[in-house]
Design a protein around this ligand. Structure first.
Ligand code: MLT
Length: 411
């Protein structure tokens, strides 16, 4: 009989969001009249920008004409999209990133997992706690960890707690770690990283020859001009960081699928024989072998984000969700709850009232207010006692959800 990858057996039963969906569906089935409002998974609700739709319709028509039809595209993404990304997202901010260092993909979620393909199994890996669960689960899947303990921590990972005491920004570790996952604006806490804080990480990584995996999927929500959008705004980051970006949350592409990963050609890591190897070459090799690129039509849609019209429409979407976040923050604060994040980020991180556990609060909120959020403990042991509320929803739903929560949970 064939055997399995036993590492999968170490994982908790279900990935967090499908598990929430399972519980919510069971509730909805048992309570068909309940009007459930979902502020759990960070999935966008507002329509795609007109500029992206027009570009995609044009691309569909091109596919219908032999003269402009496209078959396989470059695995790295079309050069016209990579050029625009490099110019707008990086060079315009003073970051020295070339189009050849950009790899267009279908998701940051996939890339943050797939990136492990090009790294050895002997690296020491640090994650924050709480953390986006994909970073942990993908390391478990490839065998980088031992079993999980009763708190939900996997043996072999270095957990860096992020708490209210450290403003949800991890202390720089005293020990040497080889790979570090950072996410700013942070999922799940909504915390941001200052320039000084990122510089401390870049200095650490350069001193220890570590690589930072910088997940900037939510950078578009940064409105404070002093907060960096990219780790490459920090000097030296080209020598120690890979950055993950997405069109999901800025342009509403969660169902359309387009993202990109930046691997500078100056980034090196060690081979078993002690030689230095360019990570860019390995990632390029990996992508050309295991990936066939993002559909032409979708890349044309993503390209339209960089037109003047696209930029204005994306800005309007971001403002809309940030206003939702403000409403959530203000209403929950007025109800006596302690809230964090939600200013330069679409997530509000709430301390559960009366010492309730994260899942108990989830159940209470679902049953009493028919509102869905995400239990903080689902993001790691240190998330226990917290709850994440996503600002991705219609204004009407956010206002209604806040009304219900404040009525039921005023403390
Ligand atoms: C979340 O809710 O944390 C996000 O939707 C995760 C993701 O983008 O995969």
């Amino acid at each position: 009989m064939a055997t399995i990858n036993d590492n999968y057996l170490k994982l908790k039963a279900g990935y967090l969001f499908p598990e929430i969906a399972r519980r919510v569906n069971a509730f909805a089935e048992a309570n068909p009249d309940a009007k459930v409002i979902r502020l759990g998974i960070g999935d966008v609700t507002e329509p795609l920008p007109q500029a992206c739709r027009t570009a995609m319709i044009g691309a569909v028509e091109e596919m219908g004409d032999r003269a402009t039809f496209k078959g396989y595209g470059p695995e790295q993404g079309y050069v016209w999209l990579r050029e625009k990304i490099a110019a707008h997202d990086f060079q315009a901010r003073g970051c020295e990133i070339d189009k050849s260092e950009i790899f267009v993909s279908d998701a940051s979620k996939c890339d943050t997992g797939n990136i492990l393909d090009i790294f050895g199994d002997d690296n020491t890996i640090a994650v924050t706690d709480p953390v986006y669960p994909v970073y942990v689960d993908t390391n478990v899947m490839v065998g980088h960890t031992g079993p999980v303990n009763e708190k939900g921590e996997f043996e072999g990972l270095v957990y860096l707690p992020i708490t209210a005491e450290n403003n949800f920004t991890a202390e720089i570790p005293a020990q040497k770690v080889d790979l570090i996952y950072l996410c700013f604006p942070n999922n799940p806490t909504g915390a941001i990283a200052t320039r000084e804080y990122l510089k401390a990480w870049v200095d650490y990584a350069r001193a220890h020859n570590s690589i930072i995996f910088f997940d900037a999927a939510y950078e578009a929500f940064i409105i404070d001009p002093d907060i960096p959008h990219s780790i490459y705004e920090i000097e030296g980051a080209r020598e120690c960081a890979i950055e993950f970006r997405s069109f999901s949350k800025n342009a509403g592409f969660t169902g359309t699928r387009c993202a990109f990963t930046v691997v500078p050609n100056t980034l090196m890591a060690k081979a078993a024989d002690g030689s230095d190897v360019e990570l860019w070459k390995l990632w390029n090799r990996r992508q050309s072998t295991k990936f066939n690129g993002v559909p032409y039509i979708v890349q044309r849609g993503a390209e339209a984000v960089y037109t003047d019209e696209g930029q204005a429409q994306v800005k309007a979407l971001i403002s809309f969700y940030l206003e939702n976040a403000k409403i959530i923050r203000e209403q929950l604060t007025a109800a006596g709850l302690k809230v964090y994040g939600g200013v330069n980020a679409p997530y509000v991180w709430v301390k559960t009232p009366n010492g309730l556990s994260s899942w108990d609060f989830f159940d209470k909120l679902l049953h009493a207010a028919n509102v869905v959020g995400t239990p903080g403990s689902g993001f790691g042991a240190a998330g226990e006692g917290y709850f994440r509320i996503s600002a991705f929803n219609s204004r009407e739903n956010v206002e209604e959800a806040m009304k219900r929560i404040t009525e039921k949970f005023k403390v």
